[in-house]
Design a binder for this molecule. Structure first.
Ligand SMILES: *Cc1c(COP(=O)(O)O)cnc(C)c1O
Length: 238
């Protein structure tokens, strides 16, 4: 197994919370305005349960099938847990996403809007929605391009109104993330979207300096993922 012990997960969470606090203070921000999404993809329900025991309540998963398997009973047993979907959602998985997610961070194409609206009506439960923006314009990555934001965000507003709450982005691995984070923040501001989901294990402190309201941290909490997960784990067809 690749899971770290309960104690180590607790220590890692404590370190990250301290780093988030310090990064917020340094940036002149209220630490309470930054929430930690513990990205548990490829880690077991036991590892997730360890994090819960150390008071972690927000989790992120990027595959619906895996999220459903691990979180259906965890959510029933722990009603205060919130799950964020942070990976691309195929149309036939939208119903399942609506059933389990508090937030879907990956609204990334016009063709998912009507099926998503129908799923929300059918299930009678409405996750908050973030728009994924591909600031690096990487062909293998999901998300709208920045120049499509005007059109796409107004389309989203028409369909969902105030359910549209934020933006999410993943900068290209080899770029300095700062300009990408700033671009995402300025798009969020322009549309009065309060939530900004940016920053991962290696750059969450930079993201906080830029204005993150959610940081998505996996490896720095749960350890390395198994090798087979590394390829394409943030890509379109994951
Ligand atoms: C896996 C993943 C993360 C977490 O990445 P780490 O480098 O392990 O912190 C964050 N965001 C998305 C969209 C991911 O797929």
């Amino acid at each position: 197994m690749h899971d770290l012990s309960n104690q180590v997960i607790g220590q890692k969470l404590a370190t990250i919370r301290r780093n988030i606090y310090n990064a917020a203070i340094k940036a002149g921000r209220d630490p309470k305005d930054i929430r930690l999404v513990a990205v548990s993809k490829f880690h077991s329900a036991d590892a997730i349960f360890s994090a819960i025991q150390h008071n972690q309540m927000i989790f992120g998963e990027n595959r619906i099938q895996e999220a459903k398997q691990k979180f259906t009973s965890l959510l029933l047993e722990n009603p205060s847990i919130h799950l964020h979907i942070i990976g691309p959602i195929q149309s036939n998985k939208i119903i399942d996403a609506v059933k389990i997610a508090s937030v879907i961070e990956t609204i990334d194409r016009p063709s998912m809007l009507v099926p998503l609206d129908k799923a929300i009506q059918k299930i009678g439960r409405a996750p908050k929605l973030f728009i994924q923006i591909n600031t690096g314009k990487e062909p293998q990555k999901a998300g709208i391009f920045p120049e499509e934001a005007d059109y796409f965000i107004s389309l989203c507003y028409k369909q969902f109104g105030s359910l549209i709450q934020g933006v999410m982005g993943i900068p290209p691995v080899h770029d300095d993330p700062t300009s990408h984070f700033k671009q995402l923040v300025s798009i969020a501001k322009k549309y009065y979207l309060p939530e900004i989901s940016i920053g991962m294990s290696h750059d969450y402190e930079i993201a906080i300096a830029c204005g993150a309201t959610f940081v998505r941290v996996g490896t720095a909490i749960f350890g390395n993922r198994p090798l087979y997960s590394i390829q394409n784990n943030t890509d379109k067809n994951a």
